[in-house]
Structures are given as C-alpha cells and as structure tokens.
Design a binder for this molecule. Structure first.
Ligand SMILES: [Zn+2]
Length: 413
C-alpha cells in the first residue's frame, strides 16, 4: 500500500510539495528524489512520526456525558456574526460590513442549543453599525445585541478624542449595547494608523471615549492581550506550537511588540483611570493561564468582569483551580464562546459556531467528565491537552449562563 501511495504522490507531483511544505514552502518539482516523498500520515512502528501526524486515541474508559441542552437559558456574550469588510494591517477601515451568516441561520443553532441571546461584538461603525442593528437586533428583538467599534482610522485628526466620544453617544442612541475593543489597540494601531510607533492601550486620546461609555451605560468588551505563549519565541518549548503554526500572525514576539506584562500594565492603568466604565475583559481577563493574576485583577478593579470565550481549554486543564475561581467570582463571570460562523470559523475550531461547540462548553461547566476535547477538532487546536468538567452547582450556572449578562447589558430578566 505504502509503495503505491508514494508512486501516486510522485507521479502527481505532490511528493516534493509535501517535503517542500515541511521545509518552508519552495516550489514543487516533479523530479522528487524518492526519499523526499511524504510518509504516511499515520506512520507505523519503525517509521518516523511527525508531531502533526500524532493523533493518540485515549484509552481511558470514563463516563461521557452529552449535554445537548444547557440547564438554564444562555446568553453568549462573545460572538462575531459580522465583520468590518476592509482592514489594513489589523486596523478596520470604512463602514462596509460583511455578515458571516444570516440571523435566520444563527437562530437555528441558538434554538437548538438553548441560547436566548447573543452579543455580536464586531458590529461595525457608523452606517455599518446601523445596518447591523437593523438586520439583526431590530429584526429579532431580544435575540441579538450589537457592539460598536472605534473609528481608529481617524486617529490623526486633532478633533479625534471628542469625535470618538460623540460617536459612542450616537451609537448608544442607534441601539448599540456595548463598545468592542479588538487587540488593534496596543498591538496593531500605530501613530500614523498603519505606520509608526504602536499606540498604547492607555493612550489619553481615548479617555473621552471611555468616559462616554460610562455616561451611556455601554460596557466595553476589551481584548488587548493573548495567551502568554503568543509573546514568547515559537520554538520547541512553546506549548502553542500547533496554534501558532496555523496562525503565525498571532505571534507578538519580537519586532517592536510590547511584552505581555507591558500590555497588562497599560490595561491596568486604563481600568484604574476610568472606574465608572465597565470593562468586560474578554478571554478570562486575557490570562486564563494565570487565575491568580486574574483574581488579583478582579479584586483590584470592581469595574472588571470576565468571560470564557475560547478559554475552556485553559480552564479545563486546571479544573480544581477553575471551580474555586467560579465559586469566588460567580457574579462576575459571563458565558462567552468567541463564536465565528462557518466556513470562516472552521479555521479556529475552538470558536466555530455550531452545535458541537456549545455542547462542549455545557459539558465543561455542568459535568465532572474527565479528559475530553475542548474543541470539535481531530487535534486539539490550541495546545495538545484535554480538559476536565467542573460540575458547577445550579446557582452558579444560572448566574454564568444568564444573570450576569442580563445585569451587564441592562436587559429584562
Ligand atoms: Zn472575539
């Protein structure tokens, strides 16, 4: 079998492509030496095994609970149903929007999976925002809510700070439910928008914007830092080797990037300076690997809440610490997934908006199942580990699934 496969690959010109792909992307040639033909994707004893081909099947015989429905209705506070169409070097440009699905299709998943409502964070700017709110929120009252985004491309305008504050007021009047800050702020936005030195998270030009959010009761869904490993060299010690291999642009190591620590310090100065502004710190306060630090942050900043989006892989590999964290901060943790509809979402299986994703979140929160996948994917996409359920009591579950979001967004219970 193996011989036939190699012959076929070679004659199809794919033999060298496989090898070149591994070596870094040279052009394929038809004159591939026999030894450069790719090995089987499932090597057997005596053959070399590449990490990418290692897909061990767990031999544990443990209970597997399918949680098709959540114990209480769910509000998913972290989704991306639409995106600003154009962006340059990580900065959104213009008002044109691209929907990633239709409200009708999204509602099918929501109705099947017990999701009462979703907050679409990337709702756009100006006319784009109004269009998102019309198509989603107004057409399906109580099911979709939308966040506005800053118009970063106007940063150089001397009147920007006030213009941006006014835009928050206009967005609130148009029906926006929050402000979304992508990691554009701190890691992409530069003094000349796409060129020059990076703009810091606590840059004073945004102070009127944060204050406007407080004045108009718009919580700020903020994402300014990524897993700690994204700020470290991509080498054999990096636990997110696979994930960074698939998304090399997610690495913030080197060049002129700040360290993880510097970003967090800027974020802390921001939170301290705007105590009336509510900051929903996405992805478990940007540091799900360090619940001690997240706890300190929550203790220090009463205006901070967190959500779970794309971080049950972290929480579920430290189930005892996570259960204690949920118990202690049960009024300040919101359910979120960072869901992106397919096909776009398929590139990040830990976020793909489909039934299986929600069932994994429910299983993690509601059961004490052991050692299961945190994403619907053949290989764990964020790191090669599995997770353990934390079996939350009903009182905490209800708060995390719904009550805390109802309070933050000012919805009717
Ligand atoms: Zn997100």
């Amino acid at each position: 079998m193996e011989f036939q496969r190699r012959q076929w690959l070679k004659s199809a010109g794919l033999g060298a492509l496989g090898a070149a792909g591994l070596a870094g992307g040279a052009e394929p040639t038809k004159e591939a030496p026999e030894e450069s033909a790719p090995r089987s994707s499932c090597p057997t004893a005596g053959e070399d095994l590449l990490l990418q081909d290692f897909r061990p099947k767990s031999m544990l015989h443990v209970p597997e609970t399918r949680v098709a429905q959540p114990r209480f209705p769910v509000i998913d506070i972290h989704t991306h149903m639409t995106f600003v169409t154009k962006s340059e070097k990580g900065v959104a440009m213009g008002e044109e929007m691209t929907p990633l699905t239709t409200p009708e299709k999204a509602l099918e998943v929501m109705d099947r999976k017990g999701i009462r409502a979703m907050l679409n964070l990337t709702g756009g700017i100006g006319k784009g925002l109004e269009q998102t709110i019309d198509t989603w929120d107004r057409a399906h009252p109580g099911r979709f809510y939308t966040c506005v985004q800053p118009r970063f491309e106007d940063l150089r305008d001397p009147g920007y700070p006030q213009m941006q504050a006014d835009a928050i007021e206009a967005a609130a009047k148009a029906g926006a439910k929050g402000l979304k800050i992508l990691k554009t702020l701190g890691l992409y936005l530069r003094e000349q928008v796409t060129e020059g030195p990076l703009v810091k998270v606590d840059d004073p030009r945004f102070d009127p914007m944060w204050e406007a959010c407080a004045a108009h009761d718009l919580p700020v869904a903020i994402h300014v830092a990524d897993p700690e490993a994204f700020f470290l060299p991509i080498d054999c010690t990096n636990e997110r080797w696979d994930e960074l291999g698939h998304h090399p642009d997610w690495s913030f190591h080197g060049r002129d990037f700040p360290s993880f620590q510097e970003v967090m310090e800027a974020r802390d100065r921001l939170y301290a300076r705007h105590p009336k502004t509510q900051f929903l710190s996405l992805h478990l306060g940007h540091d799900a690997e360090n619940l001690g630090f997240v706890s300190e942050s929550l203790d220090r900043f009463p205006n901070m809440t967190v959500e779970l989006g794309a971080r049950i892989g972290e929480l579920g590999r430290q189930p005892r610490a996570s259960a204690k964290f949920f118990d202690r901060y049960q009024d300040r943790i919101l359910f979120g997934t960072d869901a992106v509809p397919p096909p776009a979402g398929e590139a990040t299986p830990q976020q793909v908006f489909k039934d299986e994703l929600y069932e994994i979140y429910y299983r993690f929160l509601e059961t004490e199942d052991e050692y299961f996948d945190y994403a619907p994917a053949p290989v764990p996409p964020q790191g090669r580990w599995r997770i353990y359920g934390i079996g939350l009591p009903e009182g905490i579950l209800k708060k995390v699934y719904q009550d805390n979001a109802v309070r933050l967004l000012g919805l009717d219970a």
